[in-house]
Structure formats: C-alpha cells, structure tokens
Write a protein that binds this ligand. Structure first.
Ligand code: SF4
Ligand code: FES
Length: 318
C-alpha cells in the first residue's frame, strides 16, 4: 500500500531551522505497523531520521510517539488503522517530554516523576525464612497497575502536565497505587498522606480521561488516581482542598440534585480559612457586577428524588 507520512523533525545542532515537517511517500505491506513504515523510511529514504524502538512487540515501551495527534506505541499501531482511506499519517514526538532529536524524547522528567513516589516495596520486617508470601487475592487488585511498561504515552497526552509541570503525572500515580495497596508495604499511611497533601498530587488530576484513552496496556491511570483519592478519604484524610471539594460536590448533589456553585469554592477552601475565603471576595464581586456570579439561593433539581434514589441504591449496595 502507498502511504504519505508527515513527520515532525528536530535537529538540535541545526542553528537556523531546528524544527520542520518532512513528508515521505512510501510503498509498504498492507499489514505494516507505523514503526515498520518509519524503519522503512530510515533504511531506504532518509538515514538521518532518528527514532527509538527495541522489542517491536509492545513490551519494552520505547516506541511511544504521537500519531495523528494522540500518543501510541507505534509498534502496536497498524498504518491501515490510522489511515483507513489512504489519508496522510502525521507523526510527532510524544508531548510533555523534552525532544532529543526527531521522534526521540528524553524520559528523564518521566523517571523523576516516578522517583517522587518511592517506587519500591517498603516492608516493616524481613521474613525469618524464605520469601514474604502475599496471597493471590491480595495482589489481584494490583494487576492493572502492574501492567505498566513505562512507555510515557499517558504523560505525553496529560492535559494537566501541559500547564503544570509540577504534577506527579498519571504513570507515577498509577505506580503509587501499586505500592499503596501492596499488602507487603508498611508505608501506606505515609504514601497517602504525601500524595494527598503534596502540591501536584492526587487532587490535581482533572479527570480529562486522556491517559485512559491512550494507555496501550489498560492500566487506566485515571481510575488508579480515583482509587488513591478513595483510599485517602477512607483513611480520614479529609482536610485537603481536593477532599473538601469532592465532599462539597457530593453533599450538594445528594441534598438538592445539583451542584451548589455558590458554596462550592467556599467549602473547598474551608469555612475557617478566612485568608483564602477573603481572596474569593474580589473575583466574586467582579462576577456579581458582570452578572456571572452563581446565585446564593440554591435551586433544587425537579428530579431531586431520583437523584436521592441513586445515592440510596449506591449506599445500600456498597
Ligand atoms: Fe504507558 Fe499506560 Fe504505563 Fe502510562 S500507565 S506509562 S500509558 S503503560
Ligand atoms: Fe517495544 Fe514498541 S518497540 S513497545
């Protein structure tokens, strides 16, 4: 099959034109992957094209790139999938990672995020004989998180990291869950405490779902972040901005079937946090003048009883 690849190039040694787009028209087998197509380019068209790969079997995690705008393992992505009608295929390096050359990115930032969560089991004792036995049941919950191959695709497409490079990121948080829920680990409370209070921790995820969409291994990092939030709240860590925010949303929907947008920012800051509440006054007044302020008189949803039933069913079946 004939395919047109549009590849984003970057050469740090080129002082005037170090980023540009280059097109390649190639003829490849119909079952080729995007990685096969790029290797074809490098072998027969342009030996200067830099890309990274190793296993070619979606195991090593080294071939993450953006294809038509979203991160993918290119060894797992067939050209026919992304260009069903012979459309041009656009290939770029992953986002939120510094580019080294062409399609090769540095994973230093990624691994620094992973290091922040202390990614190793910290038991409180060493078994006198043999190894520490963990039951199959106690580990089943961790299987999805353990499937991570550290490819960085979720980090590439994370919309929070685009604007806040202090966020720990979806891959590191999914890995944090893997240790928080490991029965051999003795630092569960410390880990939850840090992730709950840390600037850039579990409450900074905006649930955009991008990491779930792009993860090639079904780790579903966003769901693991929600597991961490649930565990933090069940462990009594309710005095953080995020926990208060979640609690306020839950309370107002349960009460009236709607989010009370007037109370939400106040309850999220905390009623006794006078300094922070004071900071809300100016933007609040500006919104009032522009008639964009939420009404202090909260209206109930006409279907409020149905919403209450959802809560009731959930609580009975928990
Ligand atoms: Fe890759 Fe998924 Fe692991 Fe993120 S969570 S690094 S997308 S395997
Ligand atoms: Fe190893 Fe793609 S080359 S995952």
């Amino acid at each position: 099959m004939n395919v047109n690849l549009k590849v984003k190039r970057f050469d740090p040694s080129e002082p005037t034109k170090n980023t540009w787009w280059q097109e390649y028209q190639i003829d490849i087998h119909k079952d080729s992957t995007v990685l096969d197509a790029l290797i074809h380019v490098r072998e027969y068209e342009d030996t200067s094209l830099a890309l990274r790969c190793a296993c070619r079997a979606s195991i090593c995690g080294s071939c993450g790139m953006k294809v038509n705008g979203s991160a993918k393992l290119v060894c797992k992505t067939r050209v026919a999938e992304v260009s069903p009608g012979g459309e041009q295929v656009v290939i770029e390096p992953m986002g939120n990672h510094p580019v080294v050359k062409d399609l090769v990115v540095s994973l230093d930032t990624f691994f620094n995020q992973i290091k922040r969560i202390e990614p190793y089991v910290q038991p409180d004792h060493i078994p006198e004989k043999g190894e520490y036995i963990a039951s199959n049941e106690s580990m089943e919950n961790l299987l999805t998180a353990m499937n991570c191959i550290m490819c960085g695709c979720c980090v590439s497409d994370c919309t929070v990291l685009e604007v806040d490079d202090n966020f720990i990121g979806p891959a590191a948080l999914a890995k944090a869950w893997r240790f928080v829920d490991d029965p051999r680990d003795s630092k569960r409370e410390n880990r939850l405490n840090n992730l709950n209070n840390e600037d850039g921790g579990i409450w900074d995820c905006t649930r955009c779902m991008q990491c779930v969409e792009v993860c090639p291994k079904g780790v579903d990092p966003m769901d693991r972040i929600m597991d961490l939030r649930d565990s933090a709240i069940s462990n009594g860590l309710t005095n953080s901005f995020g926990a208060r925010h979640a609690n306020s949303v839950n309370k107002s929907i349960k009460h009236s079937g709607r989010i009370d947008e007037f109370r939400l920012p106040i309850e999220s800051k905390g009623y006794f946090n006078i300094k922070e509440i004071f900071k809300l006054l100016i933007p609040g007044l500006r919104m009032l003048i522009k008639k964009q302020s939420p009404s202090p008189f909260h209206h109930k949803n006409p279907n409020q009883s149905k919403v209450k039933n959802i809560f009731k069913n959930f609580e009975e079946n928990k």
